[in-house]
Design a binder for this molecule. Structure first.
Ligand code: AMP
Length: 277
């Protein structure tokens, strides 16, 4: 399996491929969550490209772009084991000639003025832009995204529809550790105590789901119970949305998705998680 750094090389490889191409966009430091996307792509397509790119355009100035884990050789070994055909790992210069004078793909305000978009201004412009570039570079048939980043998935699906990208978006379920912690590359920042704190996110979601299953539909009660479990963390948001529209959940909506973002002390690792109630 090849690791490719140049856009021209990807173009050369796909030029003569007369087959379905699956793309798995990642920022690397691959774990079992990413592996599930790669496996699905290998199953569904003749050719699978895993992109590994820590995209500077989606990081805010005080975020962890510099310290984000970079483990390309290990990632490539996993991709090979899973049957991927190519790892596409461009440099920042290869992807962006100039990040300051860049044509951006900007999702609508209604989709980004809430949840992660609210505390991470510019984040989803960066995501939509890099994903558009990856679609154009790889000419993929299908692209695989985790439900772990539910708002991202919603925005990408909308972008594909609004801009007529000829790509099928395949949502993949959240992969968790046995104790419930959602796999994330940022979990590598957690020491033993922080990891215990991080478990509060999935515990809060699970408890809210139990309340929901007992028939509780009062939004305040559901969110307050979650917040109680999240005690001690710097909570960014606990929200319930309609998963089809990402509008605030209303009592006559049948389905509800609870989403949480919180920073875990002592180094303020920002984690997100969500669960359909
Ligand atoms: P990232 O490398 O964090 O940008 O993630 C790349 C892709 O993997 C995104 O589509 C994520 O939603 C997905 N992903 C990350 N963690 C998980 C997980 N625990 N379960 C399923 N998908 C995941």
């Amino acid at each position: 399996m090849k690791i490719i750094h140049k856009i021209s090389q990807i173009r050369e490889i796909i030029k003569d491929l007369n087959s379905s191409i699956g793309l798995v966009p990642t920022m690397g430091a691959l774990h079992k969550g990413h592996a599930s996307l790669i496996k699905k792509s290998v199953e569904d397509n003749d050719f699978t490209i895993v992109s590994v790119f820590v995209n500077p355009v989606q990081f805010g100035i005080n975020e962890d772009f510099d310290k984000y884990p970079r483990t390309l050789q290990k990632d490539a070994q996993l991709c090979e084991k899973l049957g991927a055909d190519v790892v596409f790992a461009p440099s920042v210069d290869e992807m962006y000639q100039d990040t300051k004078e860049l044509t951006l793909v900007c999702p609508p305000y209604s989709a980004i003025n809430k949840l992660c978009g609210k505390s991470r201004p510019g984040h989803f412009d960066g995501v939509a832009t890099v994903v558009s570039k990856l679609f154009n570079i790889t000419k993929c048939t299908r692209a695989y995204f985790g439900q772990k980043d539910a708002q991202q998935l919603f925005i990408i699906k909308k972008m594909v529809k609004d801009l007529n990208f000829d790509v099928e978006i395949v949502p993949c379920p959240i992969v968790r550790e046995d104790d419930g912690l959602a796999l994330s590359s940022r979990n590598s920042y957690l020491d033993e105590n922080a990891r215990k704190d991080a478990l509060k996110l999935s515990a809060a979601l699970k408890y809210s789901k139990e309340l929901w299953q007992k028939g509780i539909r009062d939004k305040q009660t559901l969110c307050d119970s979650a917040l109680k479990i999240l005690g001690g963390l710097d909570v960014d948001y606990v929200e319930i949305v309609n998963p089809d529209t990402f509008e605030d959940w209303q009592e006559n909506d049948k389905n509800a998705l609870m989403l949480i973002a919180a920073k875990i002390p002592p180094v303020n690792t920002r984690l997100i998680d969500n669960m359909e109630l």
